[in-house]
Structure formats: structure tokens, C-alpha cells
Design a protein around this ligand. Structure first.
Ligand code: ADP
Ligand code: MG
Length: 254
């Protein structure tokens, strides 16, 4: 337990009569790249929402580096080192790329670092700018820093969203379907960036199609109907008959 960066114990989330997450116990080791897969509606995004604190669980607990964070607000979780992206790209279209990067830092980090009103002028503020510059560089978007986000392609917006999360310097990054809606070229770009992050932080990646991430992840967790049916190394998951039965109805869906 102590070695896990994040873990969930017996998590349940119900919406009215629907149980979206149904008794999930889940954990990821620090430094791992881990995949979370499963059919649409199987509870993957809801599990992310519970880990990142978007809403409270109906029952169960969430731990981060051994600490019970079940009752902690999302921004406190960010301050502890957990960041996420959303299934639908979530950026401010009217702002420039650079402004999109700086905003979350001001929102999430300002209070704790005592930056005060003139946070941009002091030393800590400059450090935060460097974090933004580095994040932009990581996703290869430095040349577009001052472009209005509304003028970017969907793929570039996705990269900006990843950069916004990276600028927060997370220990754990949750990426909800980062490849969804992208062209093949954009997919290989995002994959390359995720690969470059390997070893620097812990990553959990939701993806619908296992074939896209099988070569990238070190562990895979499969959800179906709110439950985890298998969590193991990718080759073991592929060989598991329960996974084949529920997830790979046809070759096409892989
Ligand atoms: P996945 O990400 O695996 O596609 P979700 O976690 O988004 O699945 O959804 C799991 C189930 O929970 C679905 O039936 C979905 O309609 C339901 N659900 C998710 N979020 C909400 C919500 N905020 N309110 C009501 N139902 C929800
Ligand atoms: Mg989802």
C-alpha cells in the first residue's frame, strides 16, 4: 500500500438508480504508465472523477501517496500533485495558448505559494513561468504560445490541454481519452509526447481501443459495467478470457 501513488478502495458511485462505479479497488505504482480500458459507459471517466475529486464517492475511499484524500477538494488534490485532462477538450477558446497555461497555475498554486497580487513579478512567479515554458516545449507548441486557442486544430487544443496539466508539475497525470477524435498523424504526435514523459511521472491513460496503447503501457486495467474485471500486465490482460469475452466481441473493436 505504501508504495502505491494512488489507490481506490471499494469505490462505489451511483447516479440515481444507476451504479456507474461498482465496488472498485484499484491502484497504480509510482512511475508507471497504466492504461484504463473498457467499453463505453463502463465507468472509466467516473473512476477518474472520483480519483480527482470532481464528485464524492457514494462509498469507499481514495488514497494518494498513502494519505486518505476522499474528502479533499479537487484543487487540493492538484496541490498534492494530481492533474488531469478531460474526455472533451477543455480549454478557454478566447484566450491565447499562453494564457490557458498560466490560468490553472494562478488558480491552483497561487494560495499555497504565497504569490500575492503581484505573483507574476516575484521570483516564484518566474519559476511558474518556466514551468509553463517547459510544458509548452514538451508538447512542441512553443511557436504557438501567443496564438488564440480558437485558431488551433483540435489536435493542437488537445496538446495544450496536456501542457496545462504538465505545467502544474504533477506527480500523477490522468489522461481521459487523449487520442479520441484525433487524426492518425495527431495520434502519433500525442503518443510520442506521452512516451517522452515515461519515467518522469505516473500516468493513467483512458483509451477505448486497446490496440492504440498496448505498446505504451506497463499495466492495463479493464472495466466493464462499473467493475474492474482484470488488472495486469498487457500481455496477461490480452490473454484473459474474461476480457476477450466482454471487450473483444469483434476484431474491429480492438
Ligand atoms: P466511460 O467513461 O467508461 O464511457 P462513464 O464513467 O462516463 O463511462 O459513465 C458510466 C455510466 O455512468 C454511464 O451509464 C453514464 O451515463 C453514467 N454517468 C456518468 N456520469 C454521470 C453523471 N454525472 N450523472 C449521471 N450519470 C452519469
Ligand atoms: Mg469516458
Amino acid at each position: 500500500m505504501a508504495s502505491e501513488i494512488v489507490s481506490a478502495r471499494n469505490l462505489i458511485k451511483t447516479f440515481g438508480g444507476l451504479t456507474a462505479v461498482d465496488g472498485v479497488s484499484y491502484s497504480v505504482e509510482p512511475g508507471q504508465v497504466s492504461g484504463l480500458i473498457g467499453p463505453n459507459g463502463s465507468g472509466k471517466t467516473t473512476l477518474f472523477n472520483l480519483l480527482s475529486g470532481q464528485f464524492p464517492p457514494t462509498a469507499g475511499s481514495v488514497f494518494f501517496e498513502g494519505r486518505d484524500i476522499t474528502d479533499l477538494a479537487p484543487f487540493h488534490r492538484v496541490q498534492l500533485g494530481m492533474a488531469r485532462t478531460f474526455q472533451l477538450v477543455s480549454v478557454f477558446s478566447r484566450l491565447s495558448v499562453w494564457e490557458n497555461l498560466v490560468l490553472p497555475i494562478v488558480r491552483f498554486k497561487k494560495k499555497d505559494q504565497g504569490l500575492g497580487r503581484f505573483y507574476l513579478k516575484n521570483k516564484q512567479g518566474r519559476g511558474l513561468f518556466e514551468d509553463c515554458e517547459q510544458a509548452l516545449d514538451t508538447v512542441g507548441m512553443t511557436s504557438k504560445a501567443f496564438v488564440p486557442t480558437s485558431e488551433l486544430s483540435y489536435g493542437d487544443k488537445r496538446l495544450i490541454e496536456i501542457a496545462m496539466a504538465l505545467a502544474l508539475k504533477p506527480k500523477l497525470l490522468l489522461l481521459d481519452e487523449p487520442l479520441a477524435g484525433l487524426s492518425d498523424h495527431e495520434i502519433s504526435e500525442v503518443m510520442q509526447i506521452i512516451r517522452s514523459l515515461k519515467g518522469q511521472l505516473t500516468l493513467i491513460l483512458i483509451e477505448h481501443k486497446i490496440s492504440k496503447i498496448i505498446d505504451l503501457v506497463e499495466s492495463l486495467c479493464v472495466m466493464n459495467e462499473g467493475r474492474i474485471i482484470c488488472q495486469d500486465r498487457p500481455d496477461a490482460v490480452l490473454a484473459d478470457p474474461r476480457v476477450r469475452e466482454c471487450y473483444w466481441g469483434t476484431e474491429e473493436s480492438c
